[in-house]
Design a protein around this ligand. Structure first.
Ligand SMILES: Cc1cc2nc3c(=O)[nH]c(=O)nc-3n(C[C@H](O)[C@H](O)[C@H](O)COP(=O)(O)OP(=O)(O)OC[C@H]3O[C@@H](n4cnc5c(N)ncnc54)[C@H](O)[C@@H]3O)c2cc1C
Length: 419
């Protein structure tokens, strides 16, 4: 049998359903270049992404195969020329992915080619409805006792026919710093995980909230590139807290899968007309890391410098934009998405909505991080601050008064929701 396997965010050999049946079938690895993603994704993510795709192609060549690269709109031509029996494609929670899957499905139907849709994350959506309204219920009742599938071994060889098609050159997006900071081959990513497991996992819960400590796995970037599977990491981890963080990613993924309009609409419908403020100057000060609140500004500068922010600081920055500046969360979500190397739609939107207090398993609208208290608690020696704001002692004055803006926000929400 001849199988065309479409790779969109699973650039790895280990634990990859796209290679299933390689021993007895021909596998044609294919990458579809989708213009939509070129507009949607930020430069940081794209730089690393195309570097990873190229390196994956090299790995395939070592197995006597290759990654065919064509434009999405040329897929039908490809099917016509390659004449597969099966097209295998991954689906996930993102509206665009699923639109693409439907498009591929139509073409396969037209050409009488069987389509196999595979889910490469942890819990394949198969409920009538995703009915968990709280993470703890999801974790206790489903995730903790779920019978996860076994990890699939790497293919030892591949049989890939030579297809005569016109291929595209992948874009080279110059961002040396991002490549230097994050690029790893699949084997290096695996070693990175095992090193974390050996050296840091036991102290994960204790250290994970301190941004100056290198205490988290830093795997999000590699999950995003699909260079390591969530399943592999989960099944090779013992620490409960760490496993529950992996579960959060799946919780948001399933939520978005069943609530596609929440990409830009509040899950709690009561919030959909909240009068967010338009204040370009304040928004720019937030983006540049010049709000006058040290921990917020260090986080926003980390984002600009490294395309990454520590998780606790992400929450503080998001809370500040929504609750102290009262700026539309969608603008903040887009700014994060554009700049994060690990930008992931469901994790980003889910966390922004959670922080705002209108998402699934929301934090209350009245839960407003006090940036100075957070700084005292989690960066008391200014180590994280100093790294991103070396002259922090003469930093700009705050653009809003914390107490005043906090009270103003709570008052507005109560009036709006009639509480
Ligand atoms: C406002 C906001 C926006 C965010 N946007 C993204 C995003 O675009 N992409 C992204 O991958 N993560 C996002 N997160 C979640 C989290 O901040 C990152 O996953 C984490 O900081 C990545 O670092 P790590 O791999 O060292 O995490 P670790 O602490 O080592 O956690 C291991 C893995 O668990 C998952 N995870 C951990 N925390 C969360 C969480 N709160 N929500 C969902 N999954 C989680 C990630 O896959 C992570 O790699 C966001 C959080 C907030 C508060």
């Amino acid at each position: 049998m001849r199988i065309v396997s479409i790779f969109s965010r699973d650039f790895r050999l280990l634990d990859n359903k796209l290679f299933l049946g390689y021993e007895e079938n021909e596998i044609i690895p294919l990458f579809l270049f989708d213009e939509y993603n070129q507009k949607e994704h930020g430069k940081n993510l794209k730089s690393l992404f195309f570097k990873v795709v190229r390196s994956f192609d090299e790995e395939l060549k070592k197995l006597n195969s290759k990654l065919y690269k064509i434009k999405l709109e040329d897929f039908e031509k490809f099917i016509y020329v390659s004449k597969p029996d099966v097209v295998r494609i991954c689906y996930d929670s993102e509206p665009r992915t699923n639109e693409r899957v439907r498009y591929i499905e139509q073409i396969c139907k037209k050409h009488n080619v069987k389509i196999e849709k595979v889910y490469q994350f942890l819990i394949e959506p198969n409920f009538e409805n995703f009915y968990f309204q709280s993470f703890s219920q999801f974790y206790k009742k489903l995730f903790k006792n779920y019978n996860f599938e076994n990890v699939i071994s790497k293919p030892k060889y591949l049989t890939t026919p030579d297809i005569k098609v016109e291929e595209i050159e992948l874009p080279v997006i110059e961002n040396e710093k991002i490549i230097r900071l994050y690029f790893k081959s699949e084997n290096e990513v695996l070693s990175h995980f095992h090193k974390f497991k050996m050296e840091k996992m036991k102290d994960y819960e204790k250290n994970r909230d301190y941004p100056a400590i290198d205490g988290t796995s830093r795997l999000s970037v590699y999950f995003r590139m699909g260079q390591i599977s969530y399943r592999y990491v989960l099944l090779n981890s013992e620490d409960e807290k760490f496993k529950s963080e992996i579960a959060w990613a799946e919780f948001y993924r399933l939520w978005l899968y069943y609530n596609q309009d929440c990409v830009n609409l509040e899950y709690d419908k009561r919030w959909r007309n909240f009068p967010w403020q338009i204040d370009e100057e304040k928004f720019n000060r937030w983006k540049e890391g010049n709000t006058g609140y040290l921990i917020v500004d260090a986080g926003m500068r980390q984002l600009l410098e490294e395309g990454y922010i520590h998780n606790r600081v992400r929450m503080i920055c998001a809370s500040f934009l929504i609750k102290n500046l009262m700026i539309d969360w969608r603008l903040g979500e887009r700014w994060f998405y554009e700049n994060l190397v690990d930008a992931d739609l469901s994790a980003n939107v889910g966390n922004w909505q959670w922080t705002g207090g209108f998402g699934l398993d929301k934090s209350g609208y009245f839960r407003i991080f006090n940036p100075e208290l957070q700084r005292e608690k989690f960066d008391k020696d200014f180590k994280y601050i100093e790294k991103y704001i070396p002259d922090y002692k003469s930093h700009v004055k705050p653009i809003v008064d914390f107490i005043e803006s906090r009270e103003n926000y709570i008052k507005k929400v109560r009036e709006y929701l009639r509480l």
